[in-house]
Design a protein around this ligand. Structure first.
Ligand SMILES: Nc1ncnc2c1ncn2[C@@H]1O[C@H](COP(=O)(O)OP(=O)(O)OP(=O)(O)O)[C@@H](O)[C@H]1O
Ligand code: SF4
Ligand SMILES: [Mg+2]
Length: 368
């Protein structure tokens, strides 16, 4: 699979607190702090991590809804390779045709004074790309693809349920035929029964339109169901990234291990020991020295863990980890039964069976 986006040493610092005599801020909150990874063409890459770890800031910075502090975001399509971080405003607006975002809250993200047709077609009108019958046709096509009905196009958002509103938001994101979409918690605000429908819609659209997603979510079961690879964020940095099966069943970073132990069990006998992470998440204004996870890590040593920032490196083929001891730790992953049960609401047993089969293969190949 070829690379669509390559993120290099991306940082986004927010100025906080007092300013000095020259009007400059003295402290900065490191929401995204030197992130390196690639998003492959046609994949659904999940991004997980506790609240405040920087997922939304990273997603928005990649498509420059938030300005990066430094770093580059290389976008490669068939014809050109460009650094999104270096684009001028006019060029960036043109680039947004290729990159869109779906937000968490379908109630807040739709203008209540516009009809569904106006909402979906707005970008085409603003960019002078279609008008009249052509505009109507394009809006109708995308609306139908997203499971909306033609008669619903003249209505206003308040007449729709959360799930239908998210369909409208997805249609709006797709109208410009983007290649890449950041989905920021696209199902978190919806009822569990509706979540599966929207996840399945996103999956179908991805296959039909050859889309690439960055899928940000708290819900580890939704990510297990939807994503082929997963990145784990902690305090503004990626700490682990690999194929979904490895992240869930054979994690190599102590933070991921603790995260996976939080997946709810289906019965007490199956339950693994829940690993509580000690202490509070440190402030991203004054992150700890060395490995920023060291004050909470039960495997931390008194040397390098406290003094040396671990590099985010490919410790195993395709498996990136930032931990000095990744090769030597024997960590536990989620139990397959737990993932299967927790994902029942997602209504795709085939995918889960597949996941469990591959888990068996990974574990046996690692034991050899
Ligand atoms: N505009 C801003 N100004 C100052 N700080 C901000 C701003 N936006 C985000 N932050 C801070 O940046 C850090 C990362 O926030 P972000 O919203 O990206 O986290 P998140 O992982 O998406 O969290 P959640 O899971 O709760 O959505 C947090 O400490 C947050 O308070
Ligand atoms: S580098 Fe040290 S402190 Fe950080 S995760 Fe690894 S063992 Fe824990
Ligand atoms: Mg967020």
């Amino acid at each position: 699979m070829s690379t669509l986006i390559e993120v290099k040493d991306l940082k986004r610092y927010f100025p906080v607190g007092r300013v000095n005599l020259f009007g400059r801020h003295m402290s900065f909150l490191r929401a995204v702090d030197g992130v390196n990874f690639e998003i492959r063409k046609g994949e659904n890459l999940g991004l997980v991590g506790e609240s405040g770890s920087g997922k939304t800031t990273l997603g928005r910075t990649i498509i420059r809804l938030i300005e990066p502090t430094s770093g580059s975001i290389i976008f490669k399509n068939e014809n050109e390779t460009i650094d999104i971080a270096a684009l001028k405003p006019g060029e960036l607006r043109r680039q947004w045709r290729h990159m869109q975002m779906i937000f968490q809250d379908p109630y807040a993200s739709l203008n209540p004074r516009m009809t569904v047709k106006e909402i979906i077609g707005e970008s085409l009108i603003a960019n002078h790309l279609a008008s009249g019958d052509e505009l109507n046709e394009q809006v109708k096509d995308i609306a139908l693809l997203c499971g909306l009905k033609i008669r619903q196009l003249s209505r206003y958002p308040h007449a729709f349920s959360g799930g239908q509103r998210q369909r409208i938001a997805i249609a709006r994101a797709l109208i410009m035929h983007p290649e890449f979409i950041v989905c920021d918690e696209p199902v978190s605000a919806l009822d569990v029964s509706i979540q599966a429908q929207i996840l399945n819609l996103l999956k179908d659209l991805q296959q039909e339109l050859n889309l690439t997603y960055l899928f940000i979510a708290h819900d580890l079961s939704a990510v297990a169901y939807a994503c082929e690879r997963v990145g784990v964020m902690y305090l503004g940095r990626l700490v682990e990234m690999s194929v979904t099966e490895e992240i869930y069943y054979t994690p190599k970073h102590p933070y991921t291990e603790a995260l996976m132990s939080s997946i709810p069990p289906d019965s007490p006998e199956l339950s693994m020991q829940k690993l509580f992470i000690k202490g509070e998440q440190p402030s991203p204004v004054n992150p700890p020295s060395g490995c920023t996870f060291h004050p909470r890590c039960k495997y931390a040593d008194d040397g390098r863990c406290r003094t040396e920032v671990p590099e985010f490196r490919e410790a195993f083929p395709g498996h990136f980890i930032s931990c000095h001891h990744a090769e030597n730790l024997d960590l536990q992953g989620a139990l397959k039964q737990e993932i299967a049960i927790a994902s029942n609401g997602m209504a795709n047993k085939g995918r889960i069976d597949d996941l469990n089969k591959r888990r068996g293969k990974i574990i046996s190949s690692q034991k050899k």
